[in-house]
Design a protein around this ligand. Structure first.
Ligand code: DX5
Ligand code: ZN
Length: 229
C-alpha cells in the first residue's frame, strides 16, 4: 500500500445490504470505489451494534483493494490482532476510546496494519498532535458516530488545522459522516483525501442493480474535485 494524496472514495458497508456483504463489496469496487470502509460498533462506545472481526474476515476475500476498518469500540487493544488477522489493511481507533491512544496506534502498527486515529466532532485537532508521527490516517468525524444517514457537521476549520499540523508526513485525512455531492467539495478543499460515504453511495442501487453505485460515486468524486455540473 503506497501513500498518495489523490482523492479516494470509500463506501461504508454500514449502508449496504447486510445479507449480501460480499457481493456489495465487489459491486462498489466494480463501480469505482477506491477503498471499502467497514464500521465496527460495540453498543458501548457508540449507541449501536454492527458486527465484529468474524464478519470482516468473511468479507475480506470479496475486497480486491483496501479494507479500511473503523473501530467504534472501547476498549480497543484486546481486539486489534483479531481485526488484523481478519485482513484489515487499515485499523482506525478513536482518540476518545481510552486513555492510551499512543499505545493503541503502536499496537495497530505492530499487528501489521496501518494505523488510523479518529476524532469526534467535539474533540479538538490538538488532541492528536502528539501521535501524528505514529499514525497513517486521521479520520475526522463529521457526524457523531453510531449511525449512517446523519446530517453533516461542518468541520472544515479542524480539517485545515490538521492538514497544517500533518505537514509533509504521509498521513491521510479521511472524512466520515454525511458526505455527499453537496458536502464533498468543502472537505477536500480543506485538505481531505479520503471520503467515506454510506447512504450517498448505496442509495438507489442493489447487488442486482449496482449501476446507481457508480453514478453516486462519480457524483461525489466530481463534486469533490470541483467538476460537478
Ligand atoms: C458513522 C460511521 C460512518 C457512516 C457514514 O458512525 O462511522 O462511516 O456509516 O454513513 P453516511 O455516509 O450515511 O453518513
Ligand atoms: Zn466510519
Amino acid at each position: 500500500m503506497t501513500f498518495d494524496r489523490t482523492l479516494k472514495i470509500a463506501p461504508s458497508i454500514l449502508a449496504a445490504d447486510f445479507a449480501n456483504f460480499g457481493a456489495e463489496c465487489a459491486a462498489v469496487e466494480a463501480q469505482g470505489a477506491d477503498w471499502v470502509h467497514v464500521d465496527v460498533m460495540d453498543g458501548h462506545f457508540v449507541p449501536n451494534i454492527s458486527f465484529g472481526p468474524a464478519t470482516c474476515a468473511a468479507i475480506r476475500p470479496h475486497i480486491k483493494g483496501i479494507m479500511d476498518v473503523h473501530l467504534m469500540i472501547a476498549p480497543v487493544d484486546a481486539y486489534i490482532d483479531a481485526f488484523a488477522q481478519a485482513g484489515a489493511d487499515i485499523i482506525t481507533a478513536h482518540v476518545e476510546a481510552g486513555p492510551h491512544i499512543h499505545r493503541t496506534l503502536q499496537a495497530i502498527r505492530a499487528s501489521g496494519a496501518r494505523a488510523g486515529v479518529a476524532i469526534n466532532p467535539g474533540t479538538p485537532a490538538e488532541a492528536i498532535a502528539h501521535v501524528l508521527d505514529i499514525a497513517d490516517l486521521v479520520c475526522v468525524m463529521t457526524v457523531n458516530p453510531g449511525f449512517g444517514g446523519q446530517k453533516f457537521i461542518d468541520m472544515t476549520d479542524k480539517i485545515r488545522t490538521l492538514r497544517a499540523m500533518i505537514g509533509d508526513r504521509p498521513v491521510h485525512i479521511e472524512i466520515d459522516g454525511g458526505v455527499d455531492p453537496t458536502t464533498a467539495r468543502s472537505v477536500v478543499a480543506a485538505g481531505a483525501d479520503v471520503l467515506v460515504a454510506g447512504s450517498a453511495v448505496f442509495k438507489g442501487g442493489s447487488v442486482t442493480d449496482p449501476a446507481p453505485y457508480g453514478t453516486n460515486i462519480k457524483a461525489i468524486r466530481d463534486a469533490a474535485l470541483g467538476t460537478y455540473a
